[in-house]
Ligand binder design. Structure first.
Ligand code: GLC
Length: 528
């Protein structure tokens, strides 16, 4: 079996603006993040995904890029970026950055030139229409804010196409010059030594009349070309696909052995079903979606996650399931956003450590490369009253001092959380360091225990029949070496009969177990 580093890795999603401010301007920056690399390393993760760090008006938190080859002045300089990269590499941490290919900011000089002059070579970098009526079958993604995927631009005298905010005009991939521009940007960062990219919003690169403008053959053709460029010029570079799609539509993003696309694809549909199964006390949603997930090509990997910087997306569930999830997890309508829920992991779990442990032990034993969202390792909270998705992007809580140890500034880019349950006075890295049962130390324990078991990293998965919908059981194994993973999703104790003596990797006592095992309510076992 081929194993590449990324197949076995645990990832960490880092929001530079939120992490650590080194110069007291209220915004996190690369020099600040550098000071905190030891924290990231201490979790046992292998690779950091840096959210967009480019110059940007920040109308979509940097997913609106105005210069692909720079660093946002709030975050530092190119030299700071390089130092951060070197410091991460020196600790054995890989670094990938975000590559936003589908669109630019409307402040990008390409768009400014395009709108001002019909004859500019940049006009054709974007998608225009006289009527704004084309591609009517394409859904609107940010449906709480955008009434249409077309917006009229007075200066241009035409409508331009955008799948996200109107401040993010889509690039025109029918223009090969656009491919070259993107490759140029990728080479720029790869030359600096980064290890790969998380490639943003890739299902939407092309538009074709009469389709929903997602996952088009033209898109796959371009992605194969991109992978070829990277493989030829920067062998070993990791490309991760952000495609919020059903499993059968995700599979093509791996490409084929002869013509590959991405080594890793986020598995979007599994994520909401983990929360669903936990709330229902029933394993069925998890079993169903994994049974529906096709076999991926040799050497590729899924990426699993519990939360990220976006709303907890409910795009990959049925309308009935979505309503149910909203009822259960977003009783306050303010917590809803677009087709999702703008809450962090711990508030969704009622700050209940048993639920948290169960969900995280489950997540970390599923097939795939797991990614942890910054702050979730200490059980950070959220604030649903902040606009957009900002409530899940508040400053990292390092200690109980001023601004949670994030910044010396009078005012920070967003206020630090200071409510009774999740405020920085209670929830911070320093207090949790000393508590063996803190979220922080349990996160470390789970990640490190997982990383010592090859079967949990890259092993096959096989269901184990329990005759009980509350008890999810599967075996991860490489040949005969394996771990039996058992989870009681219900709030009642359940039993399971062990066929042979086993040791629970999740119990501190490491006692041998045999015969009838009682799994406590919301209990989790990794049995070797
Ligand atoms: C991706 C990002 C999201 C962003 C969108 C548009 O889905 O995760 O934060 O708003 O793309 O770039």
């Amino acid at each position: 079996m081929t194993t590449n580093w990324y197949n076995e890795s645990v990832f960490y999603e880092l929001y530079i603006r939120a992490y650590k401010d080194s110069n007291g301007d209220g915004h996190g920056d690369f020099r600040g993040a550098m000071e905190k690399l030891d924290h990231i390393k201490s979790l046992g993760v292998d690779c950091i995904w840096v959210m967009p760090h480019y110059p940007s008006p920040l109308l979509d938190d940097g997913y609106d890029i105005s210069d692909y080859m720079g660093v946002h002045s709030d975050y530092g300089t190119l030299d700071d970026f390089k130092d951060f990269l070197d410091a991460a590499h020196a600790r054995g941490l890989k670094v990938i950055t975000d590559m936003v290919m589908n669109h630019t900011s409307d402040q990008h000089p390409w768009f400014q030139a395009a709108r001002q002059d019909k004859n500019s070579p940049y006009r054709d970098y974007y998608v225009w229409s006289d009527t704004g009526t084309e591609y009517a079958d394409a859904r609107i993604i940010f449906l709480d804010t955008e009434p249409s995927n077309w917006t009229y631009d007075k200066v241009a005298g035409q409508y331009f196409w955008h799948r996200f905010y109107r401040s993010q005009p889509d690039l025109n991939y029918d223009n090969p010059q656009v491919h070259e521009e993107m490759f140029k940007a990728m080479r720029f960062w790869l030359d600096m030594g980064i290890d790969g990219f998380r490639v943003d919003a890739i299902p939407y690169l092309y538009e074709r009349e009469g389709t929903n403008c997602e996952n088009l053959p033209e898109t796959h053709k371009f992605l194969k070309k991109m992978r070829r460029m990277v493989d030829d010029e920067y062998p070993g570079t990791l490309l991760i696909a952000e495609a919020n799609q059903w499993p059968e539509d995700l599979l093509p993003y791996f490409g084929t052995t002869e013509a590959p696309e991405f080594q890793i694809c986020f598995h979007f549909p599994i994520m909401p079903r983990l929360y669903m199964a936990l709330k229902k006390g029933d394993k069925t949603p998890i079993v169903d979606i994994l049974n529906r997930t096709p076999q991926k090509p040799e050497g590729t990997q899924w990426m699993t996650f519990l939360r990220n910087h976006d709303e907890l997306t409910l795009e990959m569930v049925t309308p009935e399931e979505r309503e149910w999830m909203w009822q259960q997890y977003a009783p306050n309508p303010r917590a809803k956003l677009n087709l999702g829920i703008r809450r962090r992991q711990i508030p969704l779990l009622d700050n209940d450590k048993r639920k948290w442990f169960l969900l995280n032990a489950l997540f970390l034993s599923l097939p795939g490369a797991p990614i942890i969202y910054y702050g979730d390792e200490i059980g950070m909270g959220d604030n649903i009253w902040f606009p957009d998705r900002h409530g899940c992007r508040t400053p990292m809580q390092w200690d109980a001092g001023k601004n949670a140890g994030f910044s010396d500034a009078k005012e920070t880019y967003l206020p630090v959380l200071c409510d009774d349950a999740y405020g920085y006075q209670q929830v911070n890295v320093v207090v949790q360091e000393d508590d063996p049962d803190s979220y922080l130390n349990l996160t470390r324990f789970l990640i490190q225990t997982r990383q010592r078991q090859s079967a949990l990293k890259t092993g096959e998965m096989e269901w184990v029949e329990t005759g009980n919908n509350s008890v999810l059981a599967f075996r991860r194994h490489i040949g005969k070496e394996g771990v039996l993973c058992l989870f009681n999703l219900s709030n009642q104790p359940q039993t399971f009969t062990l066929k042979r003596e086993r040791v629970d990797l999740l119990s501190k006592s490491q006692q041998a177990l045999s015969g009838t095992l009682t799994i406590a309510s919301r209990g989790a076992h990794w049995l070797k």
